[in-house]
Ligand binder design. Sequence first.
Ligand code: GLC
Length: 690
Amino acid sequence: MDFRRTLEAPDQINNRLFRRILLSSVVCGALLSLQACSNADDVTAGSEPTPSITSVTNFWPHRSSPLAQPDAYETNIDALLAQMSVEEKVGQMIQAELQSVTPDDVRNYHLGSILNGGGSYPDGVKDAPVEAWLAIADQFYLASVDQSEGRVAIPLLWGTDAVHGHNNVMGATLFPHNIGLGATRNPELVRAIAKATAREMSVIGQDWNFAPTLAVARNARWGRTYEAYAEEPELLYTYGKAVTEGLQGAIGDDWFGPGRVLATAKHWIADGGTDGGIDRGDAKISERELRDIHAQGYFGALDAGVQSVMASFSSWQGEKLHGHQYLLTDVLKQKLGFDGFIIGDWSGHQIVEGCQPDSCAQAVNAGLDLFMAPEQWRELHANTVAQVKRGEIPMARIDDAVRRILRVKFRAGLFDTVRPSERPYAGHTEWLGAEEHRKLARRAVRESLVLLKNNNGLLPLDPTSHILVAGDGAHHIGKQSGGWSLTWQGTDTTNDDFPGATSIYQGLAQQINAAGGRVQLSEGSDDSELDLSEAIPDVAIVVFGEDPYAEIEGDVTHLGYLSRADLELLRRLQARGIPVVSVFLSGRPMWVNPYLNASDAFVAAWLPGTEGAGIADVLLRNTQGDIQYDFTGKLSFSWPASVNPPPLGSDDEEYAPLFPYGFGLSYADGQELEKLSEESVIDLKNPNEN
Ligand code: GLC
C-alpha cells in the first residue's frame, strides 16, 4: 500500500505557498541583505512565468560576485590556458574516485581533482592512519604538479563529504547532523563547527568539502531530510553564509587561511523540493518557490564567496539539473554572478537525456564545469576531448570551465602552497577529535535537543537516583551518528570504530556515578535483559529510533515510526509504574503518537554524533540539584500529527502539525500533553503487513 498522498494540483499548493512566501519575502527584505531576497521585478501572483530565458531572468535578483575585483589571477590563467592542450584542459574538468585512480593516472590524464566517496579510504582501510592519508595526498599532489615531458603544473584538489565533521576518518569529531543544527537556531555555532571540520580535514591533507547542503526539505519522506537545516528558508541565508565562511574563511583576512578548505553549496537546486520527497526526483514547483524557498541558502553562500556549487541529481519541471542550461548558466552564473565552478554529483551527468557515464557534451554545454566521474573517467576524458575536437562542445565553453576551475585554485591559494603533508595542521593528530572540538560538538548536542513532552515536570532528573538506561540506541555510537559516519550508510560499524566518542549511556553513567547515583544499562528491548530483581529503578531513560541510512536508501512512503519492540518496552516500564523518558533518534520528524503516550517525557534528539554526553548535560541536574542546561532547541521541521501528512511547510488547511515549526518546551514550561490518538492507517501490531 503506497502511503504517498496524491498531491493537490500545483496551482492550489502554489497559492498557499505563495502567501507564505510573500510574507517571508517581505520579512526577509526587512531583515536580511537584499541579496537574500528577490529585488527583481516581481511577477504578479498566478502569472507564474514559464521557465524561458528571456522572460524570466529578471525574476532573479541581479548579483555580482563579492570577489569580482579585477583578479590578479586572470592574467596568470590566460597564460596557463595558452599553454594547455585540449587533453590537459579536459583533465581539469574530470574528478575521479580514490578507488579507481592512481597518481600516475593524475599525471597522465592531467586530472584536476579526486574525491573519496562515503566509506572510501586509502587502500580501502577503514582505520587508515593519518600518515597513510597524507602519504597518498602527497603522491596525488606531486603527480599533478609534475612538469616532466612539458606538462603544465596545476595543483590537484581532493574533495570529500565532511558533512557532520570529518565523518569518513576514524577518530574525527562527529557533530550533530544538520537537522539538529537547525534546531539550535545558532549560526555562530554552525560557523564554529564548519571551522573545526575544516581544521580536522587539514590534518589529513584534504582541501575541499562537499558541504554545506543547503536543501530546504519540504517533505520528510526524503532520505536526506537530516542533511537539511530546515523546512522553511528563513534560517538558510544566515546558515549558508556562516558555514561557507567557517570552511573557507570570511572574505578578507581569513580567506583561505591555514586550516581552511574549499566549500561546496549543494545540491543546486531544489533537491529538497521533489514530488513526494523522492530522492533525485522531480521538483514540480514554480520558479517563485525555487527562488524564495530553495535558493535562499545559496544567496548566503554566494555572499560569503562560496567557490563551488554541486548540481543536483533531481529535476525541475521534468528537466534534469545536470543538463539545465537555464538554471546552471543563465540564473546561477549570469544572473546571480557565481564565478566559481559547478561540479556534478556522482556521475549525475549520465541521467541527462542522451548521456552516458562516459559521455555527456550536453552537461558541459549547459554549464557543468567539472564532472564527478567516479569510475568511467578514462572513457569520459577521451570522449569529451573528441567532442571538443568535433565541435560538439565549443572550445570557448571548455576555456570558460577551465578558467573557473583555475580561478578557484588560485583563490584557494593552491598555486602558492606546498604538498599536503607540509601544510599547516597536516599531521597534527592532536586536532583530529580535539578536546576543543568535542566540547563544541557536545554544546551543539545540548542546543539541538527539542523537548516535546515533560508531563509532571519529570525532567530534569536527580543524578543520585536509580536510573535505568534502555533501548538499542543507548550505547550505539553508529545509531546516534546516523548516515555518513565512517561508512556511506552509517551501518556496519561498531563502537570501536569511533575512538574518543561517548555514547548516550556513557554520558549518563559518568554523571550518575559521579553523583553517587545508580545506573543500569539494558540495551535489548525485551524483558529477558531487564534485570529488575534487585530494585525497581526510580526512572527509565529509553533511547530508540531510526537506524542509520543515507540518500535514496532513506526514502520512505510514510512517516510512521514502526517498532513494536520499542513500544512494548515503553509500555512494560510504564505498567511497572516506572516513569519513562524517551530519547528519540531520527533523521526526520515522525509520527510517534503511541510512543508519546507511553512516555512521561519525550526528547527529539535527531542524530547527535559522537558526543552523546550532551544529552546527559540537559536531562540531569547537577550534584547541587540545579538545572545544568535547559532545553533551548526549537523544531526546524514541523512534527506530524498523522502518518501521512501533506508536504512540509504547506498552508494546507488540513495540515495541522502535532508540534509546529518553532515548537520546543523548556523546563519553565508547565505544559502537560494529553493522551493522543493512536489511530493510524498502519496496524502497529503487524506493521510489516502495510
Ligand atoms: C553523493 C551525494 C553528494 C556527495 C557525492 C560525493 O551521491 O549526492 O551529496 O557529495 O555523492 O560523495
